[in-house]
Design a protein around this ligand. Structure first.
Ligand code: NAG
Ligand code: NAG
Ligand code: NAG
Length: 314
C-alpha cells in the first residue's frame, strides 16, 4: 500500500514537472533516452576473467609483464565503455581490469571481444553503448565471493553505480572456480556455493531473472577436482543461466591462463550465448517484456496525471 502511495506520488511529481518544461527543460526526456541505450555487463570471477592473455613471466627475474598485444577484436571503440575503479565511465581499453585486479599484471581477458561481438551482431547499428563493469580479481575462491564479503559488496556497489546515469544491467559474465580445485571438499561444495551466489546477486540487484553466463573451467589445480567443479558448472540448472565451455582453449605455458587468442574466442562464445537470450533482431533483451508492459502502464498513468495537472494548473 505504502509502495503504491509512493509510486503514485512520484508519478504525480514526474507528470507535473513534465508539464512545466521551463523549470527542467528536456531533462526527463534525456534520462529516458539514455536508459534504453546503455547495455551494462558485469564481469566477475578470477584471473581468467580479469585477463592474463599475453602475460609472460621473466624466467630470470620472475616478474610478470604483459606483451601489450591487442588484437583487432579487442581494440577500443567509442561505443564500448568501462566503469573505472573510481566509478566513472571511460572508453574501454585493455587491460580492462588494470585498476581492479590492481595487485597483479593484467593482460587480455574476454570482455572487449565480447563487447565487440555484441556490437557487430546488432546489425541495425543503432546508437547503443556497451558499459562493461570489471570486478574480477585473480586467485579468489568462491567463498571469497559469498554474499557480504568484500568482493561481493564491491561488485554490487559497482553494479549499482553503473546504473546511476541510466542503462540496464543485461547480464553477469562469470568465470571462476580454478581456486576451488585444490581439494575434493571445496570442489564438491562448489555447486551449492555458486548457485547460492547467483541467487544472491539476482536478489541484491533486484533482477530475479538476470541472465548469467558462466564459463566452465579450462584449467585449475588438480585434474580430478577440476572435473568435479566442471560437472557442478555444467549441472547448474537455473532459469537464464547459460554455460560456455572453455575446456580445450589454448593456455599460456603456466597451464592455467587462457592465451590472448583463446580469450578472443571465449569473448565471442560468451557473446553468442548472450545473443541466444534475445529475439533474433536486436540486443534489447527478452527481459524487456515486463519492462515494456510496466512502461506502457506508467505512460498511461502519466498521461492521465498530465490531464489532471493541466486541469489543476490552468
Ligand atoms: C541495438 O539496436 C537497437 C535498435 O535497433 C538499439 O536500441 C540498441 O541500443 C542497440 N544495442 C547495442 C548494443 O548497440
Ligand atoms: C578461500 O580463500 C581464502 C583467502 O585466501 C582462504 O582463507 C579460505 O580458506 C579459502 N576458502 C576455501 C573454501 O578454499
Ligand atoms: C607467472 O608466475 C606466477 C607465480 O609463479 C604464476 O601464478 C602465473 O601463473 C605465471 N604466469 C604465466 C603466464 O606463466
Amino acid at each position: 500500500m505504502l509502495l503504491f502511495a509512493l509510486l503514485f506520488f512520484s508519478l504525480v511529481a514526474q507528470a507535473c514537472s513534465a508539464s512545466q518544461p521551463t523549470t527542467h527543460p528536456h531533462q526527463p526526456q534525456q534520462q529516458k533516452t539514455e536508459q534504453y541505450t546503455k547495455h551494462i555487463f558485469i564481469l566477475a570471477g578470477q584471473s581468467n576473467m580479469a585477463g592474463r592473455g599475453g602475460v609472460v613471466n621473466d624466467t630470470v627475474t620472475g616478474i610478470a609483464t604483459w606483451d601489450g598485444v591487442v588484437p583487432p577484436e579487442c581494440r577500443p571503440n567509442p561505443s564500448i565503455l568501462r566503469l573505472s575503479a573510481d566509478l566513472t565511465w571511460i572508453e574501454a581499453r585493455e587491460p580492462l581490469h588494470a585498476d581492479i585486479d590492481a595487485k597483479k599484471t593484467n593482460g587480455i581477458g574476454p570482455g572487449m571481444a565480447f563487447a565487440k561481438a555484441i556490437l557487430v551482431a546488432n546489425r541495425s547499428g543503432a546508437s547503443g553503448v556497451i558499459g562493461l563493469v570489471p570486478c574480477a580479481v585473480g586467485g579468489t575462491n568462491i567463498t571469497q565471493w559469498a554474499r557480504g564479503s568484500f568482493l561481493y559488496n564491491q561488485m554490487i556497489r559497482r553494479a549499482k553505480a553503473a546504473l546511476n546515469n541510466g542503462g540496464t544491467i543485461r547480464a553477469l559474465l562469470w568465470y571462476q572456480g580454478e581456486s576451488d580445485t585444490a581439494n575434493r571438499e571445496d570442489a564438491k561444495s562448489y555447486k551449492n556455493r555458486v548457485e547460492t551466489f547467483f541467487g544472491d546477486v539476482r536478489l541484491d540487484l533486484q533482477s530475479p531473472a538476470l541472465p548469467i553466463i558462466q564459463v566452465a573451467l579450462a584449467s585449475g589445480e588438480e585434474a580430478a577436482f577440476i572435473e568435479i567443479v566442471r560437472e557442478a558448472q555444467l549441472g547448474v540448472d537455473f532459469l537464464n543461466v547459460r554455460t560456455v565451455d572453455a575446456k580445450g582453449l589454448p593456455l599460456e605455458p603456466d597451464g592455467l591462463h587462457l592465451t590472448t587468442p583463446a580469450q578472443v574466442r571465449l569473448g565471442q562464445m560468451l557473446a553468442a550465448a548472450y545473443l541466444q537470450f534475445l529475439p533474433s533482431s536486436s540486443t534489447t533483451g527478452t527481459s524487456d517484456a515486463p519492462r515494456t508492459l510496466s512502461n506502457f502502464v506508467s505512460n498511461l498513468v502519466i498521461f492521465l496525471l498530465l490531464k489532471i495537472c493541466s486541469i489543476t494548473i490552468s
